[in-house]
Every structure is written in structure tokens, then in C-alpha cells.
Design a protein around this ligand. Structure first.
Ligand code: HPA
Length: 513
């Protein structure tokens, strides 16, 4: 094991020894945003100085401590104070705490910062959802020997800011009446604020906000397979125009308080609504379900895909989803609009199917169906692959159709699951298509439509989980009708379950307790 990894484990073990909290998600609090930690039911506060290997924060406004506790019923670890490149820390030092957060078990990272508004429409006090970033720091957080145990040498950054978390955050901000900006964060090294010419340059290359942090942490978190949500408090105008006021750190901190108030409430609501279960390590999920079986509802797609489903039945399905707080309803496209109207203002997602149930339509048709469903308000799409194409080795076609639907979905913040119809495939074919789905950036691979003879099998789920690794979703669907069967699927590595007997299963759990 490398020395770096050994240090990570030492730090993790130190934190574990001081708290019983096993965090599901991590939050990095930017300058002036530390008050989110006040909302936490605190279990323990650990000064960075106590944690072996942690660097020390040197900037005013950054407290420099790790806070573990519960927020909205979820186990949370917060970094109150972060490390900046301009402080003189090396990149391995800056990313060290992030790797420790991942080692603690947090699969999701919410990162906040304060930033200057490059976009002339932005005003100090605004909150911006980070949809992507540009690294103009002149270095990269992962330069140096790769830690293969953490992630790959050349990590993909296409879907760094999780589309579904972005969609969820927009939805919540909308409901709270918080106007949410959205844009691209450009990271500079600092510590100087930018010249006007530099800001005009950053605008030209596509930046909406500029700051001196976040990108190294996000790069390391993405490398470690974490799901990331980024939010900026816009603290000053940074347009580079002639009328721009001179910058001062004090003004930035003062405005961070203003935007910070909104940000704190928003993050709190996001933490409340976020389905942490599906971002957990498969092994941790098994343990959690054993302790708190009711929570299984959070990973169930409450499904009704039969051809004779009526509006009345869809209404009942949605009411049940609200009552049991299922992850989503999974329905045919024709019912999407109605379900969206019934589930508006709830965290229950509306999922639908594309190329269903045979998968044997053209790529263009699949794209069109996905677009239509998303226009109608669907927030998850389950697409069936072209099964014949996999059989005849036409991987290029399958990759193209998956990538097209994934991109159509992700651009609108919609999650995409790829149905491989495992019952019709040989093991080698199942592996090949799972890898294609992973390469194309899909969020899940899913066993079956439920419309062929073979439903989900434990063997298929194990094979798919082994193939895609711990960070991608695996959805088991088809023939899961009892709690025992559902538990088998979760133990095999599934972190989403599609079933039409969800209510019976929940009642079964209620009786067992
Ligand atoms: N530039 C860089 N970092 C910042 C700014 C800015 O204008 N405002 C807050 N952090």
C-alpha cells in the first residue's frame, strides 16, 4: 500500500474512533458559509490539527474543523474550512481530506464556495448551481502517481456534477422560491483577484463565476467515484467591465453571509430530499437495510407498465408512492404528464421507458421518445437496448444509442438506466453491454423489462455489479414480488429495485417488525 493510502486510512480510523456517525454524505463549507454546521445535530467536532495527515487552514473565515452529526435524519460530515492552492498547500495535501471523506463512506459530496459573478446577469447575493467547471488554476489535483485503489489514471469528467442532483436542487429551489442561477465555475489559483482583462477572458471561454477553490476537491471526489453537487454564493460582480468596483476580501465575506443564508436553507432541503441510499456502497446498503428495513422504499421504483393500465390505476400508484415515499413511479410514456401533475412538489420521481419493451426501434426513435418523455416532465428514463445488435457484435450501434439517450437525458438533468434484458443474453454479452452502458455515462444498468420469460436473477445482478464496479447503479427488475427476494437482490449488489408489488412488500416489512 502507498504511503498516501496508509495516511488516508490512519486519518479515517482516527475519525471513526471519535464518532459513531458513519457519514452518507459530505459537505464542504466555503468562506462565510460555515453556519450550515450550526444546523447539524452535532456528534463530534474534530479540529483539523487532531487528524493525522490533515493540513492546517490559514485563512480568516475558515474555522478548520471536521463536524460529524445528523442533519435531516442523514449522517453527515462537514468540512468547516478548506484548503486552497494559494495558501501554498500542495495538491496532494488539498485533496487528502476529500479522500478521507470518501474513505469514511460518504458517497456524495456537496461543495459550496463563494465566487465572483463573471456573468453580467448575476448579482452579489445570488446563488449559482454549478453545472460544470473550467480549470484555469494551471495545475491539476491528480498530478503525481495515481492511486489505483481510489480511481483510474485518466478519469472521465463528462458527468462530474451529477445531473439528477442538479435537477433535484433546481426543483427544490423553485419550490422554496429561491431564484437559482446556473452556470460554469472557472477556478483560478488566486490569491489575487483577477484583472479586468482576465475576467473578460474567463467570460469568453465560458465561465459564469470565478473562484479560487472547489475544482481540486471536485476533481479528487470524482476520481473517487463520489456523486457531486456544487453551489456558489455570488459575492461580487466580476464582469471585467469598466464599471466594476474594486474587490475586497471583506466585501466578499459580507456578501457570502447574504447568499449563504439562502444557500444554507437550500442545502438543508436538498439533504432532506436526496436519496442517499442509492449512493451508498452496495455493502453498506445491505447493512443499513438490515437495521432499518423501512428505508428500502427509497430505492424502489413503484412500477406499473402493463398495457391496460388506466388513469385511475396511475392515480392510485402515485398516491401509494407518496404514502410510502418510493423513489419513483415507473410508468408508460402515455401516463407521464398525468403522474407529473399528481407528484408535483414531491420528491417522488416520475420514471418512464424508452424503446419498450423490445428495444428493437431505431436510435432516432429512442432519442425522440426520450425527448418527449422529458418534455412531459419525466425525471428518469429506462431505455431498452437493441438486443439483436449485441448478439451480432454491433457494439458501435448499441454504444451510440445508449450515449444518445444518456446525453438527451443528462442535458436536462434526467437519470438514465439501461435495460440489458439479461434473460436473453449470454454472460459475455451481459458483461459487454454493461461496460458499454458504463462507458456511455449511464447511471444504471438494469436487468430486465419484465416482459420476457427471465426476470431478474441473483447471478445476473452479481455479474453486473462486478462488471460496472461499486460506483454505478444496478437496478434489478422483473419478478421481484417478496421482501426476501428483494433482500437477495440488494445483497447481490442492486441499489434500485423495480417492482409492481411494492406495497405488499412494504406491508410485509411492517408485519415483520
Ligand atoms: N474572484 C476569485 N475568487 C473569488 C471572487 C472573485 O471575484 N469572489 C469570491 N471569490
Amino acid at each position: 500500500m502507498s504511503e498516501h493510502l496508509e495516511h488516508i486510512i490512519l486519518a479515517r480510523d482516527h475519525i471513526w474512533s471519535r464518532s459513531t456517525i458513519r457519514p452518507q454524505l459530505a459537505v464542504i463549507l466555503g468562506s462565510g458559509l460555515g453556519s450550515l454546521a450550526d444546523e447539524l445535530e452535532v456528534d463530534v467536532v474534530i479540529p483539523y490539527g487532531d487528524i493525522p495527515g490533515f493540513p492546517q487552514s490559514t485563512v480568516a473565515g475558515h474555522a478548520g474543523q471536521l463536524v460529524l452529526g445528523k442533519l435531516e435524519g442523514k449522517n453527515v460530515v462537514m468540512m468547516q474550512g478548506r484548503f486552497h492552492y494559494y495558501e501554498g498547500h500542495t495538491m496532494p495535501k488539498i485533496v487528502f481530506p476529500i479522500r478521507v471523506l470518501a474513505a469514511l463512506g460518504a458517497r456524495m459530496l456537496i461543495v459550496t464556495n463563494s465566487a465572483g459573478g463573471l456573468n453580467p446577469d448575476f448579482e452579489p447575493g445570488d446563488v449559482m448551481l454549478i453545472s460544470d467547471h473550467i480549470n484555469v488554476m494551471g495545475t491539476n489535483a491528480l498530478i503525481g502517481p495515481n492511486e489505483d485503489a481510489i480511481g483510474p489514471r485518466f478519469p472521465d469528467m463528462t458527468h462530474t456534477y451529477a445531473p439528477d442532483l442538479q435537477a433535484l436542487t433546481k426543483h427544490i429551489a423553485n419550490r422554496m422560491g429561491i431564484p437559482l442561477r446556473q452556470g460554469i465555475y472557472a477556478a483560478v489559483s488566486g490569491p489575487t483577484y483577477e484583472t479586468r482583462a482576465e475576467r473578460r477572458y474567463l467570460r469568453i471561454i465560458g465561465g459564469d463565476a470565478v473562484g479560487m477553490s472547489t475544482v481540486p476537491e471536485v476533481t479528487a471526489a470524482n476520481h473517487a467515484g463520489m456523486r457531486i453537487l456544487g453551489l456558489s454564493a455570488i459575492t461580487n460582480k466580476a464582469t471585467g467591465d469598466v464599471d466594476q468596483e474594486p474587490d475586497s476580501h471583506e466585501d466578499v465575506l459580507a456578501m457570502a453571509q447574504v447568499a449563504g443564508k439562502k444557500l444554507v436553507q437550500l442545502v438543508r432541503r436538498v439533504i432532506n430530499a436526496v436519496p442517499v441510499l442509492e449512493y451508498m456502497n452496495p455493502a453498506d446498503l445491505v447493512e443499513l437495510i438490515a437495521r432499518e428495513p423501512d428505508m428500502i422504499a427509497e430505492i424502489i421504483d413503484h412500477t406499473l407498465l402493463k398495457p391496460d393500465a388506466t388513469s385511475q390505476q396511475i392515480k392510485q400508484l402515485c398516491e401509494e408512492a407518496l404514502e410510502f415515499e418510493f423513489a419513483s413511479v415507473c410508468i408508460n410514456p402515455i401516463h407521464v404528464r398525468y403522474a407529473v401533475s399528481l407528484l408535483a412538489d414531491s420528491p417522488v420521481k416520475v420514471g418512464t421507458v424508452v424503446g419498450f419493451p423490445l428495444g428493437a426501434v431505431t436510435v432516432e426513435d429512442k432519442i425522440r421518445e426520450a425527448k418527449q418523455a422529458i418534455d412531459d416532465g419525466a425525471t428518469e428514463v429506462d431505455m431498452v437496448i437493441n438486443i439483436g445488435a449485441i448478439k451480432e457484435g454491433n457494439d458501435a450501434l448499441v454504444e451510440r444509442e445508449i450515449a444518445s439517450v444518456v446525453n438527451t437525458a443528462h442535458i436536462r438533468g434526467v437519470l438514465c438506466k439501461v435495460i440489458i434484458e439479461a434473460g436473453l443474453l449470454e454472460n459475455e454479452e451481459k458483461e459487454r453491454v454493461s461496460l458499454l452502458a458504463k462507458k456511455a455515462g449511464a447511471d444504471y444498468v438494469k436487468t430486465s423489462t419484465g416482459f420476457t420469460a427471465g426476470g431478474a436473477t441473483v447471478e445476473d445482478v452479481i455479474l453486473m455489479r462486478q462488471t460496472v464496479g461499486p460506483h454505478m447503479g444496478v437496478k434489478a427488475a422483473g419478478g421481484i414480488r417478496t421482501y426476501d427476494r428483494l433482500k437477495e437482490m440488494v445483497s447481490a449488489g442492486a441499489n434500485r429495485i423495480g417492482t409492481s408489488t411494492s406495497v405488499t412488500i412494504m406491508k410485509e416489512i411492517g408485519e415483520e417488525k
